[in-house]
Design a protein around this ligand. Sequence first.
Ligand SMILES: NC(=O)c1ccc[n+]([C@@H]2O[C@H](COP(=O)([O-])OP(=O)(O)OC[C@H]3O[C@@H](n4cnc5c(N)ncnc54)[C@H](OP(=O)(O)O)[C@@H]3O)[C@@H](O)[C@H]2O)c1
Length: 234
Amino acid sequence: MTLAQHGQGLRAVVLGASGAIGSAFVRLLRADARFVEVVALSRSSDPALTLESEDTIASCAQHAGQGGAIHWVIDATGALEIDGHGPEKRLGALSATTLLRAFEVNAVGPALIMKHFIPLLATDEPTVFATLSARVGSIEDNHKGGWYGYRAAKAARNMLLQSAAIEAYRRLPQAVFAALQPGTVRSSLSRAFVAPDDALAPEDSVAQLYAVLHALRPTGRAQFVDYRGANIPW
Ligand SMILES: NC(=O)c1ccc[n+]([C@@H]2O[C@H](COP(=O)([O-])OP(=O)(O)OC[C@H]3O[C@@H](n4cnc5c(N)ncnc54)[C@H](OP(=O)(O)O)[C@@H]3O)[C@@H](O)[C@H]2O)c1
């Protein structure tokens, strides 16, 4: 059975549900009659999810797992500007503090989400674990430089997902693990860097990502794909 053939009674979790992409995923999943429950988690949900606190991630996982096994997990958390610091343009702008914060929010927190939410996936049905990456996290595709912390943390998030996918394969042979590039999407994250008219509406990006995820097959590896369904080199 593939994801597209999946029947009723599905359960989903969206992390970063307060964001542009996360909230669009929540709306889309709730509009899909196959889903009986869509748990929306964020810093403002109850329980609250804070990427800097494993305890909150564990509590959220316990809350989400109460209703039974999960079929879809979408981690739409992430930040480009952190504590008032935007992406670095030059090596001279790097600081240990801002680099560590970029990793904490964009890689370490998402890794702890993998740790606590992958064990909740249903073992004998098709499932999805998707994490919002970014094309700028591709080492191969980096032709412009800059954005050191965000780029490096997204590359780390991709690597963490790849290891998690390989580890999970034996227990979850029907699981798809995806690192997603949503396109340039209108959101508070992208506002300072792109004109609204040049960015996708979150609903459009997410509708395309949803179709792309349905078309993916489990491979025992993570897959780095964009909203058009094209593979991105790691
Ligand atoms: N927009 C784009 O063009 C674009 C392009 C490529 C990749 N992406 C990726 O897509 C994902 C979603 O981005 P978006 O555009 O939807 O941005 P967004 O609207 O700013 O949403 C970001 C989400 O992450 C949450 N978050 C940030 N820091 C957090 C923390 N320390 N603890 C808990 N939650 C935290 C935010 O929560 P609060 O609401 O509480 O702040 C929000 O739910 C990110 O991973 C981003 O890197 C976006």
